[in-house]
Ligand binder design. Structure first.
Ligand SMILES: [Zn+2]
Ligand SMILES: [Zn+2]
Length: 380
């Protein structure tokens, strides 16, 4: 089959072996849509990819083969697949914390070296991140298919449902770990796909005000049109003062950093070698947050950051939490809301490319040219 592979210095479409069933719980999915996520750029820039690695972790397709132990799916099902690979049975999965799964990683030792314990695996990531071959391909092997794949209701178009894989679960996970409650004021740094979906989730949870901060006008207009949140352009306003003003002088109850990576280093050696970076959006979130509030780090952070304002955490009694998307926990609700038209995400797919032009798609995505939020690839 053909797949968009890392070639050591660039991305290119190449012929790779077809995936095969390896376990009774596996399914093979023919990809219909695969979206590029900001994390993919961090993987490319971070130096952790090996030649032949296939990128892509946000996808939707059609089941073409199932293992003998798959119960919930059959050939022909149109499914969206959670970006994290989780077993569904371990202590963490039973708590609905699928991205902490004990059994989802292909290289738990690397995870333990980097972080103390290995989290769940993810499609299209290097082995140090528990990686499985990615979805920028014609076919993908889906382990634990009964846990990670969900049948898309008729009437929900591919362009909408594909974001139930990764960006929307990230948004839902963000408000979950942030403990957003009705009446809260929520601030979100970053108006990309994840930031917009954090905002939508907070609005649906009954937040009194949700404010999204970014510098791209097109993205801020999308926030206003599609999420029910307000916006702040950070070049045109004093963000902290503006947030205080909009929260009765207190500061937001929950501050979510969804602006993307604060470090791009992926391999363990690379992480240890590189100078830590300064997390500007995260620092602003900590500074703006009300006393006793919660700061959530949703950006794709894998290494270290410097100048983290721990003093503000202590003096203001802040709670700081981080998470990766717990896809299988949230996808049923997301598909339900998509079917009822309460959650519309197709506007995020600003650009479509055939997989054969994957490298050009990534070039446009990287530059955020032409109002690009997410590029969606269509194989074949
Ligand atoms: Zn992602
Ligand atoms: Zn598990």
């Amino acid at each position: 089959m053909r797949a968009l592979c890392w070639q050591g210095d660039r991305l290119a479409v190449a012929e790779v072996p077809d995936p095969e069933l390896r376990n009774g719980h596996d399914a093979i999915v023919r990809v219909r849509r695969s979206a590029a996520c900001g994390t993919d750029l961090h993987l490319i820039d971070g130096g952790g990819l090996a030649p032949g690695d296939v990128l892509g972790h946000e996808f939707l397709g059609e089941v073409v083969e199932v293992g003998p132990r798959v119960r919930r799916h059959r050939v022909g099902d149109r499914v969206v697949v959670a970006s994290v690979v989780a077993c569904g049975r371990c202590r963490y999965c039973r708590q609905g914390r699928h991205s902490c799964c004990d059994n989802g990683s292909v290289d738990p030792v690397a995870g333990e070296l980097a972080w103390g314990q290995a989290p769940a695996g993810c499609y299209g990531h290097p082995s140090a991140d528990g990686g499985f071959p990615g979805s920028h391909a014609e076919y993908v092997r889906v382990p634990y298919a009964d846990v990670g794949a969900f049948t898309v209701p008729d009437g929900v178009p591919d362009e909408r449902a594909v974001f139930a894989s990764d960006a929307a679960p990230a948004g839902w996970t963000g408000v979950d770990v942030g403990g957003v409650r009705p009446g809260d004021v929520v601030a979100v740094w970053g108006a990309g796909a994840v930031g917009q979906l954090v905002a939508r989730a907070a609005v649906l949870r009954g937040a009194a005000r949700v404010v999204v901060i970014d510098r791209y006008d097109e993205r801020l207009r999308m926030v206003e049109r599609h999420t029910g949140a307000e916006t702040v352009h950070y070049h045109r306003a004093d963000v902290t003062a503006e947030l205080r003003e909009r929260s009765g002088g207190r500061g937001p109850d929950v501050c979510v950093e969804a602006a993307g990576a604060v470090d791009g280093s992926r391999s363990l050696a690379e992480r240890l070698r590189r100078a830590p970076r300064t997390p500007l959006a995260l620092r602003e979130a900590v500074h703006a947050c009300r006393k006793g509030g919660t700061v959530v780090v949703l950006g794709d952070v894998t290494g270290f950051v410097d100048t983290f304002p721990v003093g503000a955490v202590v003096q203001k009694e802040l709670t700081v939490r981080g998470a990766r998307p717990h896809g299988p926990r949230h996808i049923p609700e997301l598909l339900d809301r998509m079917a009822r038209d309460e959650l519309r995400t197709e506007h995020l797919a600003t650009h479509r490319f055939p997989l054969a032009e994957g490298a050009a798609g990534y070039a446009l995505f990287r530059e955020r040219a032409d109002g690009c939020v997410r590029v969606v690839f269509t194989p074949g």
